[in-house]
Design a protein around this ligand. Structure first.
Ligand code: HEC
Length: 161
């Protein structure tokens, strides 16, 4: 692919993708660069794989792909154990999204708590698919994500394993 001028690429990304923004401008939260690019790099790195995880890949209850597995960072593990009504800034959950075979990874969803308190604005929601993660859902209070997640406690729907 021929490189495009940066501004043009950004405009095209904004026009083509479901992202509401390419960077919410919140910087690094709990070692995670919360720009769209930063989250893509993080999920692709697999660095979340050392976190507490659901023991197995299982059928999803949501239209995120057919099989899933959820990972929890330490902050949100503690908060869920404590039964908090809202989770601390830096809470991160990753959902691996698999093909029907339950083995081939298709993509990732990630939620990161970016400000204290309640409400959809306190989370950045992200979902992207391989191989290139070029057409991602990304944004604070993303309109494609918050509605189902408001059924959970502070937008978290998966119980601790
Ligand atoms: C139709 C309802 C629905 C929509 C819309 C939805 N989700 Fe989910 N999400 C769920 C359910 C149900 C789970 C529990 C795991 C499962 O069954 O897949 C879940 C789990 C997750 C998890 C793991 C943590 C948790 O809360 O359980 C993340 C991360 C996530 N979703 C991100 C997103 C993102 C990002 C979007 C928008 C692109 C989104 N979701 C849209 C229903 C939904």
């Amino acid at each position: 692919m021929t490189p495009r001028p940066l501004l043009l690429s950004l405009l095209l990304a904004a026009a083509c993708g479901p992202s509401s923004s390419v960077d919410e401008g919140l910087g690094v939260v709990q070692e995670l660069d919360t720009s769209e690019q930063g989250i893509t790099a993080f999920v692709r790195s697999g660095d979340y794989k050392s976190w507490l995880a659901e023991p197995t890949v299982h059928d999803t209850r949501a239209p995120h792909g057919s099989k899933v597995r959820v990972f929890f960072n330490d902050l949100v593990v503690r908060s869920l154990r404590d039964g908090n009504a809202t989770h601390p800034v830096g809470s991160i959950l990753v959902k691996e999204l698999f093909e029907d075979d339950g083995k081939t990874l298709r993509g990732h969803a990630l939620d990161v708590k970016v400000t204290d308190g309640a409400g959809k604005d306190t989370w950045i929601f992200y979902e992207g698919f391989g191989p290139d993660y070029s057409n991602n859902y990304y944004g604070r209070a993303h309109s494609a994500c918050h509605s189902c997640h408001s059924d959970g406690k502070d937008y978290v729907t998966t119980p601790l394993p």
